[in-house]
Design a protein around this ligand. Structure first.
Ligand SMILES: C[S@@+](CC[C@H](N)C(=O)[O-])C[C@H]1O[C@@H](n2cnc3c(N)ncnc32)[C@H](O)[C@@H]1O
Length: 259
């Protein structure tokens, strides 16, 4: 699938993604923006910004904010959330700003193991001494969230192979190698643990249907089958007093452009 077709899947349920799904990931955005030093006056770019919660949070920290994504329908929400941001439609592999424009470039689960060129582009965007922050899911993730991938996994060998290639960003040394090839100096990996909170199972199913990979699974298996998997796999986590609280683990790394 080329980047021009990304909106077919990611944009199909853009408001559900923005309001039911993305909001649950604020602890990840909060920690990474803070550790990467995004604050008053920082020139910040978020690559694969989706519906733009991270852009909005950077804006609230006082940064001058920019975002890029391939899904027009997600970007409509991002622009509504941060009207003063410079938020553009495009491909992460060919970024439309001048070299050295930013102090910090981030990407939250948007750059994967097959996107070496996107890291090269992120590095090109940074001023000397600037920081690139990237998040991804750990290998053999022990957090309950990992079940989500199995629940929505497509049946075809092709889709399984695509998923494995994307997830390879977390393999030992892989993101470090991608950063070094782009001329960046990678720091150590760090982990964030938090809970995605959803009031009931049906809200969770609806939220899950909005993600791009779920759209692919629905194409292959049909919506009823995907919904059934989600209900079956997540019912054990349901608690009458607190609803669904699903533990998530995310890894991230900050790489620096040599001064
Ligand atoms: C897992 S979502 C993450 C979105 C956002 N960072 C967040 O945390 O909610 C992946 C995002 O990558 C975008 N995307 C996929 N391929 C892209 C490409 N080639 N160029 C730019 N954006 C792309 C999708 O539209 C989607 O918004």
């Amino acid at each position: 699938m080329g980047w021009e077709e990304v909106d077919e899947g990611w944009g199909a349920r853009a408001r559900d993604w923005a309001y039911l799904f993305e909001t649950g990931w604020w602890p990840e955005f909060d920690e990474v923006l803070r550790v990467a030093g995004v604050g008053e006056g920082t020139r910040h770019l978020d690559v694969c910004c989706g519906s733009g919660l991270a852009v909005q949070m950077a804006d609230r920290r006082g940064a001058t904010v920019h975002g890029l994504d391939a899904s027009d329908r997600l970007l409509a929400v991002a622009r509504a959330r941060t009207p003063d941001g410079d938020i553009r439609h495009g491909d992460m592999h060919a970024l439309p700003w001048d070299d050295g424009s930013f102090d910090v470039v981030s990407s939250f689960r948007g750059i994967w193991g097959t996107n070496d060129q996107a890291v090269v582009e992120a590095a090109r965007m940074l001023r000397p001494g600037g920081a690139f922050a990237v998040t991804f899911f750990p290998v053999d993730d022990p957090a309950p969230w990992d079940q989500w991938w199995s629940s929505i996994t497509c049946l075809s060998d092709h889709e399984l192979a695509v998923g494995a290639a994307l997830g390879s960003i977390a393999d030992e040394g892989r993101i470090e190698e991608m950063c070094e090839a782009a001329g960046l100096e990678p720091g150590g990996r760090r982990s964030i643990h938090f809970e995605v909170e959803v009031p009931d199972l049906e809200d969770f199913v609806r939220a899950s249907l909005s993600a791009g990979p779920t759209w692919k699974a629905i194409e292959e298996r049909g919506q009823d089958d995907v919904e059934e998997s989600l209900r079956r796999d997540f019912t054990p986590l349901w608690d009458e007093k607190v609803g669904l609280r699903i533990g998530v683990a995310v890894e991230y790394l900050i790489a620096t452009k040599p001064a």
